[in-house]
Design a protein around this ligand. Structure first.
Ligand SMILES: Nc1ncnc2c1ncn2[C@@H]1O[C@H](COP(=O)(O)OP(=O)(O)OP(=O)(O)O)[C@@H](O)[C@H]1O
Ligand SMILES: [Mg+2]
Length: 256
């Protein structure tokens, strides 16, 4: 499902959270959004998902219901079981009857993500990482044509991070999904995504292939860090953080 976003801006009161962003994404493509805390990543993703007031134009070549959106904060104290949460991913409208196909889709998504054993656990009793996996399964259960994921692996251990990103990549390719994910792990993003979008202070300061975006110059400009870039053995660049420069960033996250 092709996405075209032109001149997208979002303001919270007088604060400009997203400023004049232009972005395109094609079916089968994976785009990662990177940037410091408070740079507007979640706001941009929410806007692309169609749930945030904005200026500018967002056009999806499909229906709103074809978008699978997973927000950043998936903490939930609901008294639902993991299976019921995943099943909610099938509910495009509130209905009282659940079709057999919906149950099967929820079950399949849980199996795909490797959490079938958690099906009958209450969501509030799961660990943070387990809960994150449940919400990824929920989004996949809806059989979306576009995936918008806000830090989908932030609570996962290294093996689950690798596994889930590889699975999402595989699913995106096979089903021709347009996948956009906010990530903080630059090296994971380099392997996972076809293109990276770099945000700073709500502005898109770089958009391109990982090898072109993950340069010492770009990362200094976007994150205020000194890094060394190695050529990875698998052809992807590897970022080695050296030190933070401009220490005011630590005190101004989200406030600049
Ligand atoms: N509902 C809101 N009302 C007012 N300001 C908001 C709201 N949501 C976000 N902001 C502000 O807008 C800016 C962008 O926030 P956003 O959540 O998009 O950042 P982010 O890049 O996702 O950061 P993080 O990496 O910490 O998740 C921040 O300064 C934040 O404080
Ligand atoms: Mg965020």
């Amino acid at each position: 499902m092709r996405l075209e976003a032109s001149n997208v801006s979002v303001r919270y009161g007088t604060q400009h959270a997203v400023v004049d962003v232009n972005l395109m994404a094609e079916p089968g493509e994976i785009l990662a959004i990177l940037g410091p805390n408070g740079s507007g990543k979640s706001t941009l993703l929410r806007t692309l998902a169609g749930v945030q007031r904005h200026a500018g134009r967002i056009s999806w070549a499909g229906r709103q219901t074809d978008i699978g959106y997973m927000p950043q904060d998936t903490a939930s104290r609901a008294v639902l079981t993991a299976f019921e949460v995943v099943l909610l991913g099938r509910m495009r409208s509130l209905g009282l009857r659940v079709a057999a196909g919906d149950l099967a889709a929820a079950e399949a998504a849980m199996t795909e993500i490797g959490i079938a054993a958690l099906a009958h656990r209450r969501i509030g009793t799961l660990s943070g990482g387990q809960r994150q996996l449940v919400f990824i399964a929920q989004v996949l259960a809806g059989n979306p044509r576009a995936l918008l994921l806000d830090e989908p692996t932030s609570a996962l251990d290294i093996a689950h991070q690798l596994g889930v990103l590889a699975l999402l990549r595989d699913i995106s390719r096979k089903r021709g999904l347009t996948t956009i994910a906010v990530l903080h792990d630059l090296n994971a993003a380099a392997r996972f995504a076809d293109r990276l979008a770099l945000l700073r202070d709500g502005r898109l300061v770089g958009l391109g292939r990982p090898a072109d975006m993950l340069t010492a110059q770009y990362l200094a400009e976007v994150f205020d860090v000194d890094v060394a870039i190695d050529a990875g053995s698998d052809g992807h660049p590897v970022v080695l953080p050296l030190r933070a420069v401009g220490s005011d960033r630590f005190h101004s996250a989200g406030l600049h």
